[in-house]
Design a binder for this molecule. Structure first.
Ligand code: UGA
Length: 438
């Protein structure tokens, strides 16, 4: 098939490259000339494991092309996928202007075949219907169009795996012809195809992310309860996770959820629900609980270290999760803000394995000294807070902490380290949801 994708962010690019890999001819466009220039040379401008070779292979094979403007693509493409960003306003409402702008640029076609426009972006319920009405009002009558809701469930860092081995492929359509054509497109992917009406497909995307946010906030509140009652939260998580009705995933306690999706989609669901008169009190509470976690960590630091204001504290990890170079809504930023607010005289150093990425240098407050190694960040520190569970932090030997740090106190904000082994070697290592060793 001939396909087009508007938007070369992670979802758009993965979809374009993935369908090219499956043998389709795909053109992917984006208004950012710099991004398109790099992609045309086979360079993926952000970290996403295994994606670049797929892009390169398909560009070389002539199945994948990149361009700046979407005007022409409807003329040739049988299906167009919109994967533009839908950022959220302060009140949680998703901004659809980029979606309308992309759709308004789609040109006419003359061959009489019906085109499918699929929305991959996360959007409020009812957007597919609005987009279809908008396209039909603008395009001449001979340009038949069906708008489908095709929510993408791609995690940063695992996008290639999530695309080629999806847990489910959701196809939200209003016509059986569109559903059949989209079935055909996805038939070489192994995941179960689930058909739904467009509104349900749209809501399922926000609901999935909001559910993950709920699970994480519950985990964090349980961890606090475990600390107060002398239970060990990681053991509790393992025990409840063995129940298949609960499952082991997204029970990890720590500094909470961040990134460009979970916080935004949870807020968007709350906003949508308020408008619809069906308030989502649980999701609202999960967002509030998530916002409290940095303060909880600062209080732990205050308990572990007298007079943090005059001390040097090292942060290990900054990105919203390991394997990413993304600082959007990262818990580290909230933690840094809280540390500086309560202890203006504190000295903060930070090291992240992705620290070389320009996005990190730009987003980090200037009060934090960004270091090139864990050793540099930890040298002379009175305490360290492990913020993001990058695997390399697990490999730091206990001796190094003792040699580098002024005092070997580690607050493990992700339960990533072997606290018992470190404690046995004279290091104070305090996890989340567990009592410090005595
Ligand atoms: C998320 C969803 O997992 C994807 O299914 C979805 O497609 C994507 O958003 C999207 O909407 O496009 P992603 O933003 O890459 O993917 O992040 P996750 O891997 O889900 O992690 C989100 C946050 O939750 C991270 O800050 C992570 O540290 C935190 N987390 C995760 C926990 O605090 N505890 C856990 O047990 C798991």
């Amino acid at each position: 098939m001939k396909l087009a994708v508007v938007g070369a962010g992670l979802v758009g690019l993965m979809t374009a490259a993935g369908f090219a890999e499956l043998g389709h001819r795909v053109v992917c466009c984006d208004s950012d000339a710099g991004t398109i220039g790099l992609l045309a040379r086979g360079i993926v401008p952000y970290r996403e494991p295994s994606l670049e070779p797929i892009v390169q292979r398909n560009v070389s094979a002539g199945r994948l092309r990149f361009g700046e403007e979407p005007e022409e693509i409807m003329r040739n493409a049988e299906m167009v996928f919109l994967a533009v960003n839908t950022p959220s306003a302060d009140d949680g409402q998703l901004q659809l202007a980029p979606l309308w702008a992309a759709a308004d640029k789609l040109g006419e076609w003359s061959d009489g075949t019906r085109r499918i426009v699929g929305i991959l972006s996360t959007v409020p319920v009812g957007t597919a219907e609005r987009l279809e009405a908008r396209l039909r009002a603008r395009l001449p009558a001979h340009c038949g169009v069906d708008v489908a809701s095709l929510p993408a469930f791609l995690r940063e860092g695992y996008a290639v795996r999530d695309f080629f081995e999806p847990a489910r492929i959701v196809i939200g359509t209003a016509s059986s012809e569109a559903a059949e054509r989209l079935d055909l497109l996805h038939q070489r992917l192994p995941g179960p195809i689930v058909h739904a009406d467009r509104r349900s497909a749209e809501l399922s995307k926000m609901a999935a992310n909001a559910h993950l946010a709920l699970k994480i906030s519950f985990a964090n509140e349980l961890a606090a309860l475990a600390e107060q009652t002398g239970a060990d939260y990681p053991a509790v998580a393992q025990l409840i996770g063995l129940d298949p009705r609960i499952g082991p995933h997204y029970l990890g306690a720590g500094l909470g959820f961040g990134g460009s999706c979970l916080p935004k989609d949870a807020r968007a669901l709350v906003r949508l629900a308020d408008e619809a008169g069906a308030p989502q009190t649980l999701v609202s509470a999960a967002i509030r609980a998530n916002a409290m976690l940095p303060l909880r960590m600062v209080r732990k630091l205050e308990a572990a270290l007298s007079g943090p204001s005059r001390r040097k504290v090292a942060l290990l990890g900054l990105t919203f999760k390991p394997g990413s170079e993304d600082l959007r809504e990262a818990p580290s930023l909230r933690l840094i803000a809280e540390l500086l607010r309560r202890h203006p005289g504190i000295t903060l150093t930070a090291y992240d394995p992705a620290a070389g990425a320009p996005a990190i240098r730009h987003a980090l407050p200037s009060a934090v000294q960004l270091c090139d190694s864990a050793e540099e960040a930890l040298t002379g520190a009175d305490a360290a807070i492990l913020v993001t569970e990058w695997p390399e932090f697990r490999k730091i030997p206990a001796e190094d902490y003792k040699n580098w740090m002024n005092r070997p106190i580690i607050l493990d904000g992700r339960n990533a380290l072997d606290a018992a082994a470190l404690n046995a070697q004279g290091i104070v290592c305090i996890g989340v949801g567990r009592l410090p060793a005595t």
